[in-house]
Design a protein around this ligand. Structure first.
Ligand SMILES: Cc1cc2nc3c(=O)[nH]c(=O)nc-3n(C[C@H](O)[C@H](O)[C@H](O)COP(=O)(O)O)c2cc1C
Length: 166
């Protein structure tokens, strides 16, 4: 095995051990709308407030987010595993996920999911090439959050085949 194969195996075992909150990121541009589950995300700054979400360049949500001014980012309530399965296990290239759940247009038209009371809308400040995912650096412009809210974690998700290969 080459050094780089070994390093890759170590990397994959390392990241498998990480847990994270499952988010659903939605986007709208023109008449197009979609959303997908996102496990790759992080706060990058306190003041100013900044959140980075990473979208696979294979996903329909990524393509729409290229033209969207605002993305909506939702915490998934722990009892909404079915919603995470819809947004993570189906692709908008085949299924209209937003026809299967309740939502309303939020800032910039980004769909706000009714079953997710904790969400933020973020203006897209930068689009960053980060490998097979693109980073979207967000400046929060709205949303709502209840104190003590807790979201569904990766370790609590059933095994789901992503709607698009990564
Ligand atoms: C646990 C889990 C984590 C995921 N994390 C990400 C992620 O960080 N970024 C991303 O773009 N897709 C991620 N996905 C995959 C997409 O949610 C999935 O491919 C989705 O079906 C894409 O839908 P779309 O083509 O409608 O955008 C994840 C899926 C699962 C099940």
């Amino acid at each position: 095995m080459s050094d780089s194969d070994a390093a890759r195996q170590v990397f994959e075992a390392f990241v498998r051990a990480l847990d994270t909150d499952i988010l659903i990121v939605t986007a709208a541009a023109g008449a197009q709308r979609d959303g997908c589950v996102v496990g790759f995300h992080t706060q990058t700054s306190i003041d100013p407030s900044r959140l980075l979400v990473c979208l696979s360049d294979k996903n329909r949500t990524y393509r729409i987010a290229q033209a969207a001014g605002v993305l909506a980012v939702h915490l998934v309530p722990p009892d909404a595993v079915d919603l995470a399965a819809l947004f993570g296990g189906e692709t908008g290239d085949e299924v209209d996920k937003l026809a299967e759940c309740a939502w309303h247009p939020g800032p910039g038209g980004a769909p706000v999911l009714e079953r997710c009371p904790n969400w933020i809308a973020g203006r897209v400040l930068q689009r960053l090439p980060l490998g097979d995912h693109g980073g979207f650096l967000l400046d929060p412009v709205g949303g709502q959050a209840t104190s003590g809210a807790r979201g569904l974690r990766l370790s609590e998700m059933p095994p789901i085949e992503p709607g698009h290969e990564a």
